[in-house]
Design a protein around this ligand. Structure first.
Ligand SMILES: [Mg+2]
Ligand SMILES: [Zn+2]
Length: 418
């Protein structure tokens, strides 16, 4: 996909930010590095696109910070309150085309151009988000079967009972027709609603890269620490080493193929802590699981997603998260009552096949050969061998020692290589 127009929303008041006297955009992460450095770098990667800055509070400081760009880019002053209103007015001044909309208080450190180029040309909107440790405290999308976006939940709303919550990150791709139709309110929520109303597609890209907002002192401090200790750079790099963890018998006890929920207590605290530590080091961690119960007809795909959301919430309690969840719904042999015939096939994703790992590698730019697989069976081991990754055979236990140790050892080896 090609980007024609870029809109940067830099008019936020910053009443909650660390220093309300400067724009959030110009907050320092370290000496000589501020939030704007990352955004300006992204803009440089799209030289053929036209850029519009939507400014409000602190507009003088923002203009000073963007320097030469203030002469060549389009500058619009936020006259009406509300980001959606401003964006609509700004979009009315430009030509038709695909639009990239970014919130200026977000630290955007990811190969955005490479990711956008891989997106199929299509109508509608695409939201970048992540499975975070606090998805339900943020505006989030609900992801249902077939990776479809089923709803937009703003942080003030009660959270939904089913589906996976993908926290929005402040990076959206849409088109100028949709932007020109926005009503009053929040820009991302309006973009979602108007895309649905117009019958166009809503898609989500789950990003394991570095996309963090810096709108509160705590968040700014955390991002600043991650910049200084190198974990931001590790997470933002193009070819990364990752951890692939199996679900049943590894992260949670094996309770057979028809499991529909996960209890908090099933993930040992030591394992949550180990996952939190790799999260903080910027090492992606993916869950990869065979779920033949879907093909056999004893559970549905959405019940599997519910178990993932249970895992996300259990880990979130301790400040940890899984970057993405992959499952194989297939099973090769028939003979089960109520089975789903279409899924009763030999596939290339059921471990020990490597399909889920290759998908993760392609979605998240992972170097499989320098990655690590943790699992409790020969199927996990076979998949690790197929992708040339290190393997750790473990068994779930209430203390979580083996799993935590495997994660920590791998993290140590990644740090040593850097
Ligand atoms: Mg297992
Ligand atoms: Zn499969």
């Amino acid at each position: 996909m090609r980007i024609d127009q870029i809109f940067v929303l830099a008019g936020g008041r910053g009443t909650r930010s660390a220093d309300p006297s400067i724009p959030k955009f110009a907050q320092n992460l370290s000496s000589g590095v501020d939030v704007a450095d990352f955004l300006l770098q992204v803009l440089q990667d799209f030289p053929e696109a036209e850029t519009t800055w939507v400014l409000g509070e602190h507009s003088e400081s923002v203009l000073a910070r963007i320097g030469e760009r203030a002469k060549s880019d389009r500058i619009v002053f936020d006259q009406i309150s509300g980001t959606a209103n401003s964006l609509r007015e700004a979009a009315r001044e430009v030509g038709d085309g695909n639009a990239l909309v970014m919130l200026a208080d977000t630290v955007i450190a990811l190969p955005l151009r490479a990711l956008i180029e891989r997106l199929p040309e299509s109508d509608g909107s695409c939201f970048f988000g992540r499975f975070s440790d606090h998805a339900w405290d943020s505006d989030h999308l609900v992801i249902g079967e077939g990776n479809e976006v089923v709803n937009f939940i703003s942080k003030s709303q009660k959270r939904e009972a089913s589906g996976l919550a993908l926290a929005l990150s402040g990076v959206t791709i849409t088109n100028t027709q949709i932007l020109r139709s926005l009503g009053p309110g929040d820009a991302q929520e309006q973009t979602f609603r108007k895309t649905i109303e117009s019958g166009q597609n809503v898609r989500a890209v789950n990003s394991s890269w570095f996309l963090r907002d810096t709108g509160t002192p705590e968040r700014l401090q955390k991002v600043s620490k991650q910049y200084r200790d190198g974990s931001l750079g590790r997470r933002a790099s193009r070819l990364r080493s990752a951890i692939f963890i199996d679900r049943d018998g590894t992260l949670v006890p094996d309770k057979g193929e028809c499991r529909v929920s996960v209890n908090r207590e099933e993930i040992p605290p030591m394992v949550s802590e180990a996952i939190e530590s790799v999260n903080n080091l910027g090492i992606p961690i993916f869950l990869v699981t065979n779920q033949p119960g879907i093909a056999k007809g004893c559970i549905s795909e959405s019940q599997v997603l519910d178990t993932f959301q249970d895992i996300a919430e259990a880990l979130g309690e301790s400040g940890a998260f899984i970057d993405a969840f992959y499952f194989c719904p297939h099973h090769p042999e028939s003979g089960w009552e109520g089975e789903v015939a279409a899924l009763k096939i030999p596939c290339d994703c059921r471990k020990p096949e490597a399909g889920m790992f290759h998908k993760a590698a392609s979605d998240h730019l992972i170097d499989l050969r320098t990655s690590m697989v943790i699992g409790d069976t020969a199927r996990d081991e076979g998949a690790a061998a197929a992708i040339g990754a290190e393997f750790n055979l473990v068994a779930w236990s209430a203390d979580g020692k083996q799993v935590a140790k495997a994660i920590q050892n791998f993290a140590a080896s990644v740090l040593q290589k850097d």
